[in-house]
Write a protein that binds this ligand. Sequence first.
Ligand code: PMP
Length: 319
Amino acid sequence: MSDSKLTHSINNMNVTAFPYAYFLDQITPIEKANVSIMTNALQYGTGWFAGVRGYMQEDETLGIFRLDDHVERFMQSSKVLGVKLDHNSQKIKDAIIALTKKNKPTTDVYYRPFAYAHLTNLTPSLAENHTFTFSLYMIPLGDYIPTDRGNKVCVSSWTRIDDTMIPPRAKVAGGYINSALAKQEAVNKGYDEAIFLNVRGRVCEGSSMNIFLVRDGVLITPAVNEGILEGITRRSIITIARELGITVEERAVERTELYVADEVFFSGTGAQVAWVQEVDNRVVGKNKIGPITQKLQKIFFDVVRGKNKKYAHWISVVK
Ligand code: PMP
């Protein structure tokens, strides 16, 4: 198999996966971690996933950001879909730690835990008697979208999937066609990212990140009943902001509030904390990173690198 099959293209750069993956209950060379073309998940997107980051700490160990919370949300996806998984939470965490030790990363990493319908039924299947299969691989990862410059974004012509369709609260594989359509449209038009409106026409989230705005010193983000993925970075930002004494509102946000906001930024495992400079060609605030975004971004990066002891409980160090 050529190496190109083991790479992801991220920001037009090819990133090669770490040599070992976790597949069918064991650590295995990644080129051997393959499925049949008849696999139900490949045909219909019957699977769900997580995205978790590990950051190099000051002492050159790797610290995994909010591992327990990511695994908990991963298990919630199985509940939403009403299917069983062949691994429990502890076994998933053990696999993540074991794979880290095997791959011995010396850079920041991104983990992709994945649960999928391995059966070859012709029907798209969430059958109760079928157990989904857990797999995992790792790639080295820096920025997914720029964090050191402003992002230019547009409101998408695509509407975010709703809880009554493909519940965005679960990270359902097939649901990411919705994200891909929005992201590709934005990129084709020359923007960095897209912002989805939900079925009620309210601001929802980016293609794979949550969104925040600041108005008059108040931090605002769409509420969990607005069709968003309940982001773990979003939750972390809310906690940090409240502990700084910033008022946080989780509520419906209208499109034009983005145009009059003082600051707009994205949060997410991939996105981290990324500043938005323009929405639909309208400059946000003072055309530079805003003070609240800057403060939260700095604290976030200190936290994930283990430099902020107050949030040390969010980091699982791999020894
Ligand atoms: N929304 C969507 C649709 C996502 O895919 C992600 C990335 N997981 C997020 C929001 C951000 O969530 P988190 O902070 O948990 O990565």
